[in-house]
Every structure is written in structure tokens, then in C-alpha cells.
Design a protein. Structure first.
Length: 244
């Protein structure tokens, strides 16, 4: 009996020793392989990147790591400036490598009818006369400035930019409507339905202005506002400012 127990113990010890030797050998082989491999720098996501994130902001979500060449994606991004002006088309998760196939030009997405809505924003649609939508030149993927004129009871009209660089997600033809149905000579006005991506606070502001416009107490105008547009304004404009 004693001999069997001793034999069992020796077999167990030999098994443990053998396992340790194998693990150490494999680990050493991995180290030797890594040391002999060519390492390449690659951008790797360390914080989840929401869909629609601009390329100019991607540096906040990634870090540079070194991978063996055979472990990197063939279309990996080598310089963050290469995605400037583009947006992420999907959500990127920690551990993902930055690759070209997950970025696109917003204008190209718009042409495909697929404008990415930035994280946390909502869509709201306003009906505007054609002449107040740059003659109909605004399209999905455009960025626009929102100018609002408010008619005061005594102070007259006040005009100013309310918002800048607002993303248009889509446009479509609207029905003709009569601004003042009670007026006998009121003529229908051709409209365009413009859908904007806005924060909750800005949705309220645009809806308020649209309500005032329907009551002839305000007006909403859109400007095409590309990246290079000058957004510097001196302030609100009133009749006194205009003629003064």
C-alpha cells in the first residue's frame, strides 16, 4: 500500500513538473517569436467611440500601440490627419484598431441617404419657404447657420444667428401652405421640409421660432455654412443698428 501511495505522489509531482516545463517552453517560444517579429505602430481604441464622431476628435479615444505586422489590419490608419473631415460610420469598441473602412465623408453618406446623427442629438423638422433655405440648395449632409428674426410688439424686428454648423440630415419637398389663411389675397408659398440634428436645448429654440413664424411673429432663415465660413458676428441687428 505504501509503495502505491509513493508511486501516486511521484506521478503527480512528475505531471506538475511536466506542465510547468511545457508552459515555460511555450512562453519562451512566444517571446522569441515576438522579439524576432517586426513591430508596427497602430492606433487602438481605448474608450468607446460613438457612431458619427468627427475624425478631428478621434485622438481623445485612441492610443498608439505596437503590434506584430501580421497582427494589424491591412487598411489601418497611419495618421489621424487622414480622417480629418470624416466621421465614424459605426461605434468603435475598446481594442479595435482604427481602419479606413470605418470612416466616411458626411457628404458621401448623405448622397447614399445615410447621414450619421451625432451621439446625443435629436432630429426635428421645420417647413421653410424655398427662399429661406438658400433657394433649395440645402441638402442632407449640409451644415447650416440658423438665423432668426423676432418681431417685437414695440421694439420692431431683431435679427441674429441663433445656431452655427447645424447638421442637416435630410430635405424633402413640402406641401404648399397659406401663411395667413384669413387673408383673401394670401398666396400659397412653396416650402421645403428640412430635418436638423440638434441638442435637446436647441430643438426647443428652433421649435419656438417655428411656432412664432407660423404666427407671423418670427422668421427662420438657413445659410449654407461650410467649415471655412466666418462665424464672427458683432451681435444682434435691429432697425436702429441697420439704419444707424
Amino acid at each position: 500500500m505504501r509503495i502505491r501511495i509513493i508511486g501516486a505522489i511521484l506521478a503527480l509531482v512528475l505531471a506538475v513538473v511536466g506542465t510547468v516545463v511545457v508552459v515555460l517552453y511555450v512562453r519562451d517560444a512566444d517571446v522569441r517569436a515576438a522579439n524576432g517579429a517586426e513591430l508596427v505602430s497602430v492606433y487602438v481604441v481605448h474608450t468607446t467611440v460613438p457612431q458619427g464622431t468627427p475624425g478631428e476628435e478621434i485622438s481623445d479615444y485612441v492610443s498608439v500601440e505596437r503590434y506584430a505586422r501580421d497582427a494589424i489590419q491591412p487598411d489601418h490608419i497611419t495618421a489621424l490627419r487622414d480622417v480629418a473631415g470624416e466621421v465614424t460610420t459605426v461605434t468603435l469598441l475598446p481594442g479595435d484598431q482604427l481602419v479606413e473602412g470605418r470612416f466616411a465623408d458626411p457628404a458621401d453618406l448623405a448622397a447614399q441617404g445615410n447621414v450619421v446623427i451625432p451621439e446625443g442629438m435629436q432630429e426635428v423638422t421645420v417647413a421653410l419657404p424655398v427662399e429661406q433655405v438658400v433657394g433649395g440648395a440645402v441638402r442632407g449632409g449640409s451644415t447650416v447657420g440658423v438665423v432668426i428674426t423676432v418681431l417685437g410688439e414695440e421694439s420692431g424686428a431683431t435679427t441674429g444667428f441663433a445656431l452655427h454648423k447645424v447638421l442637416v440630415t435630410r430635405t424633402q419637398a413640402g406641401d404648399n401652405y397659406v401663411p395667413d389663411a384669413s387673408a383673401q389675397d394670401a398666396a400659397p408659398v412653396a416650402t421645403i421640409m428640412v430635418t436638423l440634428a440638434l441638442t435637446a436645448t436647441d430643438v426647443q429654440r428652433v421649435v419656438w421660432a417655428a411656432e412664432m413664424q407660423q404666427n407671423d411673429r418670427a422668421g427662420i432663415w438657413l445659410t449654407l455654412e461650410p467649415d471655412e465660413a466666418d462665424q464672427t458676428i458683432p451681435g444682434l441687428v435691429t432697425g436702429d443698428d441697420f439704419f444707424g
